[in-house]
Write a protein that binds this ligand. Sequence first.
Ligand SMILES: [Zn+2]
Length: 287
Amino acid sequence: MLVSAKEMLEKARDGHYAVGQFNINNLEWTKSILLTAEELKSPVILGVSEGAGKYMTGYKTVVGMVNGMLEELKITVPVALHLDHGSYEGALKCIEAGFSSVMFDGSHYPIDENVAKTTELVKICQQKGLSLEAEVGSIGGEEDGVIGAGEVADPQECKKIADLGVTMLAAGIGNIHGKYPENWPGLRFDALENIKALTGNMPLVLHGGTGIPEDMIKKAIDLGVAKINVNTECQLAFAAATREYIEAGKDKQGKGFDPRKLLAPGAEAIKATVKEKMELFGSVGKA
Ligand SMILES: [Zn+2]
């Protein structure tokens, strides 16, 4: 059964490790992540962007697939199904469809509108026992004139949103989605410390987990990050393994064109990536 991310993240915060959110795109992705979490006895959060939800034909399909897999694969570790960077309407749709967790990303709204919409969703999620992630807008990476520095959130705005009663909070600390540019100066631990000081016990979320050096990940966890989002890295691993299979001409040998064979190396590569991240985040054996 799907669970809210609240308990697993509070345990992670108290135990000084982080739970990985791994985004899913299809059956192979979901199966690879769930099997790895079960094998490593790690809690896990399955992330679904609105685009990925649409790709999988809708949120109800996603809920059906994930619930079916939890049962058929006899998954015993805590699993949350979470909307990633949701709109207000998207969050409502996911709640209706049976997600156990949603993110409302109001970071592009003025702070008052972000507060108003987040407040509405806090009410709904608390009633239904779902976890809610909110995001605070940036005060810009442009303040120091460095392009590609990533965004940094205003600690006071973080406190405003955290105090609404959300479960976890995403706040920019110089992190970036996708691949990091060569001139990226690294995570802003000063910003993280300021945010932590004002938001207290709130589990913090680090987006853009692909390509952040390991020592920075560990330090971020020490400073209060309890959830780390990984998306691009699984995609890169899947693509590289699939390319290798095709370039080796394996799809032309025997029944190598069978999708179950063709997609197998990519699925294995996702498993390896998820394992590596769970070990790095310290969530192995915590389920
Ligand atoms: Zn994100």
